[in-house]
Design a protein around this ligand. Structure first.
Ligand SMILES: [Zn+2]
Length: 595
């Protein structure tokens, strides 16, 4: 280990991080507490990371922990275990240091990772909090790795820097523990795209691409999207609420996701979603990547600054419940695509196709009639984030249906005000009351804002909207709400194959040449016939079924005409009869520009 830099004006809480073992995937972390609680300092590891609503118990990756008084570094202090993620130091009179070794091999955006190609961490995976001192400023000291693999690496983070070397190692400062957790840090080789929006520098730092990236194209597209989102919230000043913004992108063979922060985001995408020179680009998958960027950027306003009171402050040792994730995630999902259209990255036809895709996906989920988006938000911790074979039958996505709610509310506001106002005005009002002020929004906080924006005349519409579509499980009748002068709604006529597959109600994976059912949808022909998740579907009407042959065989089925299926359950062969019925077909829509 290399000794950390120390000087007198260091904050009272200091974290030093060593990329200690690239091959065993271990960080070493030292927490120095200048003024530990004289009655016994408690230490706590977060159980979850804000933005990802699942108890993850990050303490499980702590391999070793020891503590000592700075005045006596060779005498270990006894650490009392209070819980799996809580420790208690004995009474001491001077500064203490706590050393941990943390295993880090989770390549998602939510945790920590270290190997001989790159490193990444969220402080929630590495840094214990000193209980009672979370509001104090804290230093983060990053020590350059002593490993030839990492000699050329640099550091990327949105955290405020104080004193760095040319590669970005050195001394960073966080306002408090929460601020420390809100700034992921990445190490490795990066390609950088840079642009400005009204004087605010934006950077995208990409690692994992083998070829030179078309940085100009990325900068041009992201510049347009970011400018559009700033203009939505601040039409007058066009000023972003941060001094800089960083997109940290890890491009891999397969993987997708993002996590939002106040002035940065960590993204995971496929390599072929990034435009690279001399590499063919699938435009649709690049658009999907732009949508992900747009989504996480929007969160810098909605959920990182406009927050539910339930998140103020985050209670990192336990679940934090809100019934409003349909607002924070759903409205963000609505705008992530809308901003692509408004910034002219996609045309109206493509935009409407994205909207219809989401609408149809929601309409295909039987769970939408069992769970409201308010309940889906509250139960995100145990349901949406813990998917199982019954999830589509029992859970509605607060992302998907939440985006439809935003669209529906937008259409209702436009109708009510004869297009003088829109959902944008509501977003600006929410921003004004809860974002700029950082006053949390109460669970029923939208009621007052909607009343203020639209007056009593809209109250009945809003109350009905809430009880049917937010707290109720009704489908949102968007087909009746679009303005036909702008958008045409058509019932989608699926092909025979699409129709038959929808009526079967199956989701599957391929397992060693077999077609294994992962989900059997409520009311579908397979469930009626007695098939269950885990069954291996072997044949239909005597023809062997595989992932390759499924479409060809299913395409020959006729509604109302019974067919025979053979399947294996627990290695025993079974046979059953099934039939496709008209009521098994969920309604699907198409959206087109009126002209
Ligand atoms: Zn989100």
């Amino acid at each position: 280990m290399q000794q950390a830099i120390h000087h007198l004006d260091m904050p009272a809480i200091q974290y030093t991080v060593w990329l200690a073992d690239l091959h065993g995937h271990r960080f070493h972390v030292k927490l120095r507490i200048e003024n530990p609680n004289p009655d016994g300092q408690q230490l706590q590891m977060p159980a979850w990371i804000p933005g990802s609503y699942l108890i993850r118990d990050f303490s499980k990756h702590i391999e070793s922990i020891k503590a000592y008084e700075v005045s006596s570094p060779t005498d270990s202090l006894p650490l009392e275990r209070i819980d799996n993620d809580q420790w208690l130091l004995p009474k001491v009179s001077g500064p203490v240091e706590v050393l941990t070794t943390v295993y880090a091999f989770d390549s998602s955006v939510r945790a920590a990772f270290l190997n001989n190609e790159r490193a990444f961490f969220n402080a929630s995976s590495l840094c214990l909090s000193a209980q009672g001192q979370e509001d104090l400023p804290c230093a983060l000291i990053l020590i350059p790795p002593n490993d030839s693999y990492a000699s050329g690496w640099s550091v990327q983070t949105g955290l405020r820097s104080v004193k760095l070397d040319s590669q970005g190692y050195g001394f960073y400062l966080a306002k408090n523990y929460d601020d420390l957790l809100d700034h992921p840090v990445a190490f490795g080789d990066f390609q950088l795209a840079q642009w400005q929006v009204n004087g605010v520098p934006h950077t995208m730092a990409v690692q994992g691409c083998l070829h030179p990236i078309n940085l100009q194209r990325i900068a041009k597209d992201l510049q347009a999207i970011c400018a559009c989102t700033i203009a939505l919230f601040e039409p007058q000043t066009q000023q972003a609420p941060f001094q800089s913004y960083l997109f940290l992108v890890n491009a891999v063979l397969s993987g997708y996701g993002g996590l939002e922060h106040r002035n940065s985001t960590a993204l995971l995408c496929k390599r072929d979603q990034i435009p690279q020179l001399n590499v063919p680009l699938d435009e649709a998958s690049y658009r999907e990547f732009l949508g992900l960027c747009s989504h996480e950027y929007f969160h810098a306003w909605l959920v990182k600054r406009i927050q539910p009171t339930a998140f103020q402050p985050y209670q990192l040792e336990r679940r934090n419940h809100t019934r409003l994730l349909w607002l924070f995630e759903g409205f963000t999902s609505y705008y992530d695509e809308l901003q692509l259209f408004r910034s002219q990255r996609i045309d109206l036809k493509s935009y409407l196709k994205l909207v219809a895709n989401n609408w149809n996906t929601v309409l295909r989920g039987p769970g939408r009639h069992k769970q409201s988006v308010a309940d889906s938000s509250f139960d995100a911790w145990t349901k949406y984030y813990q998917v199982n074979e019954n999830t589509p039958n029992a859970v509605v996505s607060y992302y998907g249906k939440g985006a439809l709610l935003a669209l529906g509310l937008d259409l209702k506001i436009r109708e009510f005000t004869h297009n003088r106002q829109s959902l944008d005005d509501l977003m600006r009002l929410i921003w004004d009351r809860h974002g700029r002020t950082h006053m949390g929004i109460a669970e029923d906080g939208l009621d007052m804002l909607i009343l203020e924006l639209l007056g009593n005349g809209f109250t009945q519409t809003w109350n009905r909207f809430k009880s049917l579509y937010i707290f109720g499980v009704e489908d949102i009748p968007l087909q009746k709400w679009f303005d036909p002068r702008i958008v045409l709604v058509k019932t989608k006529l699926p092909s025979r194959l699409e129709r038959n597959k929808l009526q079967l109600g199956l989701r599957y994976s391929e397992a060693q040449g077999w077609l294994k059912l992962t989900h059997v949808l409520d009311g579908g022909a397979l469930q009626v016939a007695g098939l269950a998740p885990g069954d291996l579907l072997a044949s239909i009407n005597g023809q062997r079924v595989t992932a390759m042959s499924l479409d060809r065989i299913v395409g020959t089925l006729t509604e109302g005409k019974p067919f025979v299926m053979c399947f294996y359950r627990d290695d025993l062969e079974q046979e059953c009869m099934a039939v496709l019925a008209p009521h098994q077909l969920p309604i699907q829509y198409e959206l087109l520009p009126a002209e």
